[in-house]
Design a protein around this ligand. Structure first.
Ligand SMILES: NC(=O)c1ccc[n+]([C@@H]2O[C@H](COP(=O)([O-])OP(=O)(O)OC[C@H]3O[C@@H](n4cnc5c(N)ncnc54)[C@H](OP(=O)(O)O)[C@@H]3O)[C@@H](O)[C@H]2O)c1
Length: 277
């Protein structure tokens, strides 16, 4: 496949390019190469490539940053998705747009599957949901992949926390927010068969085990014999500007039967971070 990747300098973009490059013709566009807010630049960069698939990873991903700068969040996550969707339409490419568990409000109290109704709490969630809708409006051949709590790129929360625990430092882990921690390489390895399949619409693709960051940190400390201490924190004690859903864990009613292999267990993903960080 000829695959164009936006946001190729980010955690998922880098992991996907590394995973796919051996067997496919992959053209990665980091932010410095292509700002997705610039409609003309997006069309000029992507349409002449005639990609079969455009994997849209570019996004403003700082949840609190989006709350502080809503206009920039909307330009990036909504207008950017629209621009990439128009490029997909013009080039005849399938658009695979990456979205988030934060489109949900967490009120369900159980895992969300593809049939559940989004109701975001934060500017990040609103702009990502609006980005899904913008992609639906413009791209005739569309797969939206919602993922969650991505780690393992080196610059993510867990990789940093493991480095600090290894150095004997104390690290806080939230105990009252549940999600689906997802290793970025496990995600990239499953995205590849998924984007080449005939699955369309919305798919949830995330780690298999709903839990808290506190639990992940405790398991990492134990598995790695790390000397630092994990301190339990409540979400409302941390003082973050953007609200987060209390339980945004993801499940899928679509993936089984697609041939996409199941996600490895969380402990295997944690081991991978311990050996990389
Ligand atoms: N990380 C998670 O936990 C998580 C969870 C659920 C869903 N997702 C989704 O997964 C996708 C990939 O995110 P990620 O985890 O790889 O995060 P990331 O590391 O922050 O990658 C996002 C990339 O987009 C780039 N970008 C920002 N504004 C841009 C613009 N205007 N034009 C072009 N590129 C721009 C960023 O560049 P700069 O670094 O230079 O700003 C960054 O390289 C995103 O759609 C995100 O919403 C992530």
């Amino acid at each position: 496949m000829r695959i164009a990747v936006t946001g190729a300098g980010g955690g998922l973009g880098r992991a996907f390019v590394a995973t796919a490059s051996g067997a496919h013709e992959v053209h990665g566009f980091a932010r410095a190469d292509l700002d997705v807010r610039d409609h003309d630049a997006v069309i000029r960069a992507l349409v002449p490539l005639e990609p079969e698939v455009i994997l849209h990873c570019a996004a403003m991903t700082s949840v609190d940053g989006c709350e502080a700068e809503p206009a920039r969040a909307a330009e990036t996550n909504v207008l950017g998705s629209f621009n990439v969707a128009v490029a997909a339409r013009r080039s005849g490419a399938r658009l695979v747009a990456i979205s988030t568990d934060y489109v949900f409000d967490g009120e369900k109290g159980a895992t969300y599957d593809e049939r559940d109704r989004p109701n975001p709490l934060s500017m990040y969630g609103w702009t990502k949901l609006a980005g899904e809708r913008a992609a639906e409006a413009a791209a005739p051949d569309l797969l939206i992949v919602r993922t969650a709590w991505v780690f393992g790129s080196g610059s993510d929360f867990l990789s940093g926390a493991v480095r600090r625990l290894r150095a004997g430092e104390e690290i806080g882990g939230i105990v009252d927010q549940v999600g689906s921690p997802t290793h970025v390489v496990h995600l990239a390895e499953r995205l590849l068969p998924l984007i080449g399949s005939d699955v369309r619409g919305i798919v949830h693709l995330a780690g298999p085990e709903p839990t808290t960051w506190h639990d992940v940190l405790v398991r990492a400390k134990r598995a790695g014999g790390l000397p630092g201490e994990v301190v339990a924190q409540k979400a409302d004690e941390v003082g973050r500007p953007a609200p987060r859903p209390a339980n945004s864990s993801l499940a899928s009613v679509v993936l089984s039967g697609t041939g996409v292999p199941p996600m490895p267990p969380l402990d295997e993903a944690i081991e991978r971070v311990l050996s990389d960080a």
